[in-house]
Each structure stands twice: as structure tokens, then as C-alpha cells.
Design a protein around this ligand. Structure first.
Ligand SMILES: NC(=O)c1ccc[n+]([C@@H]2O[C@H](COP(=O)([O-])OP(=O)(O)OC[C@H]3O[C@@H](n4cnc5c(N)ncnc54)[C@H](OP(=O)(O)O)[C@@H]3O)[C@@H](O)[C@H]2O)c1
Length: 297
């Protein structure tokens, strides 16, 4: 039985970073939610987007259906556009149409990388200009879901870099600095970190308000990885000289996307969904707290 008389939500990809946190948020709020996973195990129904559609089982009644499963590794998308496109675009859209026919309101999460990145705080009506194969697949889903051909209720939430996804890199840098060895962060790569909790707040608001259309939510500031490295070193009271910024070109790394700007103009979306602005520096500070990196002072 679900609270409020609405059908339970469906989270496809419940063991992913966003999916797991979203299921937990609905449970905490006492709202009904079903999760799916492609792995065997208790707690989530089995759903593999690579399996034939006939094997997918959906609950009989769904409120919002969050389609969060797919290949999120950009290098894999670049290396196998056809194979990853079958999952990220074809299967995702087949599932979207099927869930919509069953009465679900479709919600997907997209990225700032569908836009050109040639100016800060990109507006939702900026033209699509995907930066790599992963983003081309995201843009294709956006176009289909929000286009006139989709017979259903759909919302797309574009977000910036989730701060939590920086944790492995920050841990590595932290260990390197602890052993008095230098780190070489890129000065020509930026991101606008936002906490996972802010993305969850946007998704739960979209579900609660049954809000359709395109939404933006993200960190307010582009930060280079060199700045992020310097911030970490400051926190650790490491020698500033151990931070030796480089560029991706100097390091011989070909990045799949290197937009100049990654921030999104989310003023309208925040007003519509009742969300607070997200400060990138605060998001990073909080992550460093969580990682146990001591404050300098
Ligand atoms: N994290 C970000 O910074 C960010 C930013 C913008 C947009 N997004 C979007 O938000 C959504 C969720 O992202 P996330 O960070 O939570 O991703 P994630 O942690 O990589 O989770 C993706 C989930 O999809 C599952 N999956 C992969 N292939 C599948 C298949 N064939 N069938 C069923 N499930 C499959 C994965 O399962 P396994 O664990 O078994 O592989 C995993 O549970 C994605 O659409 C992503 O593009 C994320």
C-alpha cells in the first residue's frame, strides 16, 4: 500500500549511484517505490535492458518511472557506440514507451554535456550540441521523450557533475600527497560539482509535483581540477609545490569531452521545484569532510 493514494514509483537501476539514493529517499519519506536491478539478489526486481523486452516485468501500476539504468562509462560509449546505444537509447525508449502506456510518468537524468559548453550557466533552451558519444545518446533520449512523437508524460533533469563521483580521484590524490609525492591535476578540465542529495531533491520534487518538461539543476561554479587539487592540498596542509597542474594535452590524454563551461542556469527549475541554489565549493568541502580530509587552520 502506498501513502497518499498514488501508485508506487519505479526506479530502474536501483543499485546505481542515483537509483540507490532515490529508492532510499522515497522509503524514508514513506512513499511506495519498486526498484529494479540487472543483478540477481533480493530487494529489487530483475530487469536487464540488454535482455529481450519480453523478459521485462513491470508492476501493474506505476506513479513516476525513473529510468536510471544504462552504460554511464563514457569511454565504453566512445568505444562501442552501437552496442551502448542499443541500451542507452533503444532499450531505454522502448521501456519508456511501455511504462508510459501503463500510466507511468517518465523521468530521466541527463547531463550538461548535451550542450556546447561555450558559455557559463547554459539555459534550458540552448541548442543541443552533444560533446561526446555518451552525450549524443543522452541528447537522443531527450529529443524523443520531449518531442511530439512521445505519447506520454515525461520529464528530463539535466545535472552537472555529482561531487560523490570525484571521491576515488580525491582519495588517490590524498594518499599521494600524504606520501609527499606530487599530484598533476588538469588545469584545462572543469566541472561544477553538486551533491547527490541535490539531484535527489530535484527528482523527488519532480515526482511529487508530477512536473513534465526539461529541468536544470547543478553546481553554481566551474572549478578546474587544478583548483580542486589545490583545495585538497590546502586541507591536508600539504606543500603547495606538490600540486603541479598540467593540461590534458601535456599529459597526452585525449579526453572524450573538455567543455570550457559546465554550469547550468537552473533558476527557473529551482523556482518551479522549490530547490535551493547549489554551491560547488560547499559541495566539494562537504565531500572532503566525508572523506575525512582535515581542515587546514
Ligand atoms: N553521476 C553523474 O554525475 C551523472 C550526471 C549526469 C547524468 N547522469 C545520469 O543519471 C543516470 C544514473 O547515473 P548514475 O551515476 O547513478 O549511474 P551508475 O551508478 O553507473 O548506475 C547505472 C546503473 O545502470 C545499471 N545498468 C547498466 N547496464 C544495464 C543494463 N543493461 N540493464 C539494466 N541495468 C543496467 C548499472 O548496473 P551495474 O552496476 O550492474 O553495472 C547501474 O546500476 C544515468 O542515466 C546517467 O547517465 C549521471
Amino acid at each position: 500500500l502506498n501513502v497518499g493514494g498514488t501508485a508506487p514509483h519505479l526506479v530502474v537501476g536501483a543499485d546505481g549511484l542515483i537509483g540507490g539514493a532515490l529508492v532510499a529517499a522515497f522509503r524514508r519519506a514513506g512513499e511506495g517505490v519498486h526498484g529494479t536491478s540487472r543483478r540477481a539478489g533480493p530487494g529489487a526486481a530483475h530487469l536487464d535492458l540488454a535482455a529481450p523486452e519480453s523478459a521485462w516485468r513491470l508492476p501493474p501500476a506505476i506513479g513516476a518511472a525513473f529510468l536510471l539504468a544504462g552504460v554511464t562509462d563514457m569511454a565504453r560509449c566512445e568505444a562501442d557506440p552501437a552496442g551502448t546505444g542499443r541500451i542507452n537509447v533503444d532499450a531505454t525508449m522502448t521501456l519508456a514507451r511501455r511504462a508510459a502506456r501503463a500510466g507511468a510518468r517518465i523521468v530521466v537524468v541527463s547531463t550538461n554535456l548535451v550542450l556546447a559548453g561555450d558559455r557559463p550557466h547554459a539555459r534550458p533552451d540552448a541548442p543541443l550540441a552533444p560533446q561526446n558519444e555518451y552525450a549524443r545518446q543522452k541528447a537522443a533520449v531527450e529529443r524523443e521523450l520531449l518531442g511530439p512523437g512521445f505519447a506520454g508524460h515525461a520529464a528530463v533533469l539535466r545535472i552537472t557533475k555529482l561531487a560523490e563521483t570525484l571521491a576515488p580521484l580525491l582519495r588517490t590524490w590524498s594518499a599521494t600527497l600524504a606520501s609527499k609525492r606530487p599530484i598533476a591535476p588538469f588545469s584545462d578540465l572543469v566541472c561544477a560539482p553538486m551533491p547527490l542529495a541535490a539531484a535527489i531533491a530535484a527528482l523527488t520534487a519532480i515526482a511529487r509535483m508530477s512536473a513534465p518538461g526539461l529541468f536544470h539543476h547543478g553546481g553554481d561554479e566551474d572549478m578546474s581540477y587544478a583548483e580542486i587539487g589545490a583545495l585538497l592540498a590546502g586541507r591536508r596542509r600539504a606543500e603547495a609545490s606538490l600540486v603541479r597542474p598540467t593540461t590534458s594535452a601535456e599529459a597526452g590524454v585525449r579526453l572524450a569531452a573538455r567543455p570550457e563551461h559546465t554550469t547550468l542556469d537552473d533558476a527557473q527549475s529551482r523556482a518551479a521545484l522549490g530547490l535551493a541554489p547549489v554551491r560547488s565549493r560547499e559541495a566539494l568541502d562537504r565531500l572532503l569532510d566525508q572523506l575525512g580530509v582535515a581542515e587546514a587552520g
